[in-house]
Write a protein that binds this ligand. Structure first.
Ligand code: NAD
Length: 437
């Protein structure tokens, strides 16, 4: 531990000294660094896909589509717009001071810490890094120890393209995070669980370091009676079973109008067969659960309701098949924490209002998905329920847009990023009033 603390201290000191030289600030330097990252990711593409297969059994298509493609898209969008974003922004000045001009100057915070989780280990390390670099910061990345092959390659890639005093990776377990969190960073960007988010925020408070917390939670999906059920089933199955349900914005549980319940369940079964084959346990490309601890936690949920679909699991292979549970009690264990696996509890309703009350009573979700064409109902849900972000008649896709800042609210997080917002979140906005006479 003492060694880790010394290592963390030395790294932060080295980066702060480098930051203070001002070398990371010119926009050309940032653009070159982003190009280096793009080239590095392209060069390491095969290794990234191999690591994602080793760590989570992600197929090539899933690994590319849900990790590499998203990072490259963010890089290209940032490279296209960075010169506009870095420019000082003129704003009006009060008429009481006619000789003055007012300008907002985005400036880098300094040395940033990025702590990443294991579920999208490549996307969620490189995504925030793009913002940190774009805004002109130095950064230390701490990847998740639960995906060791990806952690190693992130470290190798970063070492190959950047000097340590600019961007560095410190691999390791909780002790490594703890050692890093003792240091004074200028910004901390954390993605992970709500419980660890609290620890990170407490540590940040010691140094008054600003934080972004991208956390988790139980995200509901609602299917109303007028919804296109085939479409809803397709989009729910994609959202819930991508990465075997280990997605922060996966629909956690489903609320369905009782009039369309039977038909929706049939459509979900058909969609799972269509997407993953008749026997998902034999599907070599279905991701596995990250470790036995999570496998055991999830397996215990399999008996928390009536199995409407799936229900089988294999501990040696860490696989759990896509499972739908009916007759679930709101007080059962599966409804007490984020599921984060391929298990979907379903509740029926005649009147949606008590269901909305149930959602509001609980911690604010990271996402919410509503399937209906009824605009009055869409407005009601958006007005009544607070949640991070979400989709109407779709799942997950709000988080792939450069134009929609992505983040949680309340226990699902604070702050947001993606697109220009990633640049803004890693920038301090320095407001200057200048008098000319
Ligand atoms: P986690 O909180 O266990 O770990 C995240 C990171 O924090 C890892 O790098 C880990 O080493 C470190 N860490 C763990 N315990 C720590 C401690 N006591 N002190 C300091 N650092 C510690 O989360 P996870 O299991 O890797 O990820 C799953 C969670 O992340 C889920 O809740 C999921 O919803 C959430 N998540 C959120 C988003 C988002 O964008 N909002 C994205 C992905 C995952």
């Amino acid at each position: 531990m003492i060694f880790l603390e010394q290592q963390a201290k030395q790294l932060v000191t080295t980066q702060r000294t480098f930051f203070n030289t001002g070398q990371t600030k010119p926009v050309e330097y940032r653009i070159q660094a982003l190009h280096n990252l793009r080239e590095g990711i392209e060069k390491y593409q095969e290794r990234i896909l191999d690591a994602l297969r080793a760590d989570l059994n992600k197929s090539e298509a899933e690994g590319y589509g849900s990790e590499i493609r998203i990072v490259l898209g963010e890089l290209d969008y940032t490279l296209e717009h960075l010169r506009e974003w870095v420019a000082p922004r003129s704003v009006p000045t009060s008429s009481a001071m006619p000789d003055a001009v007012s300008t907002i100057y985005p400036e880098p915070y300094g040395v940033a810490l990025i702590i990443a989780p294991w579920n999208y280990p490549c996307q969620l390390a490189f995504g925030p890094l793009i913002g940190a670099i774009a805004a002109g910061n130095c950064a230390v990345i701490k990847p998740s120890e639960l995906t060791p092959a990806t952690s190693r390659l992130i470290s190798d890639l970063i070492q190959e393209i950047y000097p340590e005093e600019y961007i560095a990776v410190m691999e390791g377990e909780v002790e490594t995070s703890t050692a890093l969190l003792k240091e004074k960073f200028d910004y901390i960007f954390f993605t992970g669980s709500t419980g660890v988010g609290r620890i990170v925020m407490k540590a940040a408070a010691e140094h008054l370091t600003p934080v972004t917390l991208e956390l988790g939670g139980k995200s509901p999906a609602i299917v109303h009676q007028d919804a296109d059920l085939k479409l809803a089933a397709q989009r729910l199955v994609r959202g819930k079973f991508l990465n075997a349900g280990q997605t922060c914005v996966a629909p956690d549980y489903l609320l369905v109008d009782e009039q369309v319940y039977d038909q929706l369940i049939e459509e979900i079964k058909a969609e799972v067969r269509d997407k993953f084959g008749d026997d998902v346990m034999q599907n070599k490309d279905f991701p596995h659960i990250v470790n036995t601890r999570n496998f055991d936690r999830l397996s215990a949920f399999l008996t928390n309701g009536k199995t409407l679909m799936g229900g089988r699991s294999n501990r040696d292979q860490l696989t759990i098949e896509p499972t739908v549970l009916g007759n679930v009690d709101w007080d059962s264990p599966v409804m007490q924490e984020e599921i984060f696996g391929p298990i979907l509890p379903v509740f029926t309703y005649r009147d949606l209002n008590p269901m909305l009350d149930e959602i509001i009573r609980r911690p604010k979700p990271l996402a919410l998905y509503l399937f209906t064409e009824n605009e009055a109902l869409q407005d009601q849900v958006l007005n009544q329920v607070s949640f991070g972000g979400g989709c109407i008649n779709e799942t997950l896709s709000h988080m792939t847009s450069h134009y929609l800042p992505f983040g949680g609210v309340g226990e699902s997080g604070m702050g947001s990023y993606h697109g220009q917002q990633s640049f803004e979140v890693f920038s301090h906005h320095k407001s200057i009033l200048k008098r000319t006479k």
